[in-house]
Design a protein around this ligand. Structure first.
Ligand code: NAD
Ligand code: MG
Length: 386
């Protein structure tokens, strides 16, 4: 009998979180659940905690502590609330932490897991965007293992394994192009929240769905890829691939291009982060190539999708500029979701904030938190003035 691995899931009520729970339940002989967390959805958190037999449940918003305690009364599940409880949950000695909180809010718990040398399955790309260099240094220092859950980065990770990294010529990051791939700028002006939330291939949380529609998601993923893989910025190319079947590709010095393919279902990369270096069975729809027929590829259009240009500029400039890009984007996306700004204003506001705040050399984590807080204030003020 092999020993079960214990897994904590941060952001367990979200899209990645619930897909993770699905895999953990299917493979209950291999995995036990330690801590589970959510931001404010107490009922869903309590139900999942009971369902999977978690040892600990933490709600991020402290206002919900009593409700969580009452919902889990009579069970052995430890309860906690607030940011410090999230960090303590990450410090518990589970084997694997799935980091699936959305946004920079996931940074502190993810770092706590890294600092105890855990294996971290990272979905929360915003943490790498706003503090990548500091995070990867902590991974090395504490001998932690970072495994990407983002489907493109999982694809690249799977291709690169056991192959010489110094023979990589290009990384080809594929992008679906989102729901407005073929729309004109004039038409995109009046895009509604409902239209922007309806992604053609993937079912995801609200923030990443909007990021996919503006293509900021691919911009964030460009920065994420640069931190995860040893390739210079100009060697990471974005290729639009509407079918989302080829999850990304790596080109080697001899001209060979290796790709990872699969149905657009996040359970495959999540499962790999859990089972690596082994593989486990996942009940995803299998690819039927004859039915798919053809796979298409196009160059991205940075005129209609300026977020791609902004993210590349932030990566080239470095320092705190990616932190600024990320913070401004989080606030602007939230404002769009609340109908306070139009769709095209999201990237417009990010660009203005980047110009206003500028970049500083990044030396420590406090600077990340200070920059993020300042950017949120500046962006909110800019939106209020619109
Ligand atoms: P989601 O909105 O569906 O879920 C987010 C989770 O984080 C929820 O459990 C929520 O309670 C929690 N949360 C939100 N704000 C929080 C806060 N301030 N403090 C603590 N917890 C908080 O999001 P999602 O689509 O599951 O995405 C999660 C992360 O994974 C994001 O970084 C996203 O970019 C990344 N990702 C998602 C997908 C996908 O298919 N959904 C694919 C690749 C990467
Ligand atoms: Mg992705």
């Amino acid at each position: 009998m092999t020993l079960k691995k214990s897994v904590s899931v941060f952001g367990v009520t979200g899209s990645i979180g619930t897909s993770t729970v699905d895999i953990l339940k299917t493979h209950a002989d291999k995995y036990s659940v330690d801590a589970v967390t959510a931001h404010s959805n107490v009922d869903a958190l309590a139900a999942i905690a009971k369902d999977v037999g978690a040892k600990c449940a933490v709600i991020g918003d402290p206002a919900y502590f009593n409700q969580l305690r009452d919902a889990l009364a009579g069970t052995d599940i430890e309860v906690g609330a607030g940011e410090s409880a999230l960090i303590e949950a990450a410090e518990r000695p589970s084997d694997i932490v799935i980091a699936a909180i959305v946004g920079a809010a996931g940074l502190k718990p993810t770092l706590a897991a890294i600092r105890r040398g855990a294996r971290v399955g990272l979905a929360n790309k915003e943490t790498l965007v706003c503090a990548g260099a500091l995070m990867t240094a902590e991974v090395v220092k504490h001998n932690a293992t970072l495994i990407p859950v983002d489907s493109e980065h999982s694809a690249i990770f799977q291709v690169l394994e056991d192959r010489p990294e110094d023979r990589v010529d290009r990384i080809l990051l594929t992008a679906s192009g989102g729901p407005f791939r073929e729309w004109s700028l004039a038409d995109m002006k009046s895009v509604t929240r409902v239209q922007a939330l309806a992604h053609p291939n993937w079912e995801m949380g609200a923030k990443i769905s909007i990021d996919s529609a503006t293509m900021m998601n691919k911009g964030l993923e460009l920065i994420e890829a640069w931190h995860l893989f040893p390739v210079s910025e100009e060697r990471i190319e974005i290729v639009v691939h509407p079918q989302s079947v080829v999850h990304s590709m790596v080109e080697y010095s001899d001209g060979s291009v290796l790709a990872q393919l699969g149905s657009p279902d996040m359970r495959t990369p999540i499962a790999y982060a859990l089972s690596w270096p082994d593989r486990i069975r996942v009940d995803v729809k299998r690819l039927d190539f004859a039915t798919i027929g053809s796979l298409n590829f196009q160059r991205p259009d940075t005129k209609r999708f300026p977020a791609l240009r902004l993210a590349r500029e932030a990566l080239q400039e470095g320092g705190t500029l990616p932190t600024v890009l990320n913070g401004a984007n989080e606030v602007a996306v939230d404002a769009f979701l609340k109908d306070k700004i139009g769709f095209l204003e999201i990237a417009g506001i990010v660009e203005e904030v980047m110009g206003k705040v500028g970049s500083e050399k990044l030396t420590n984590l406090d600077q990340v938190f200070e920059t993020d807080a300042r950017v949120r204030r500046e962006t909110a003020a800019m939106i209020a003035a619109v």
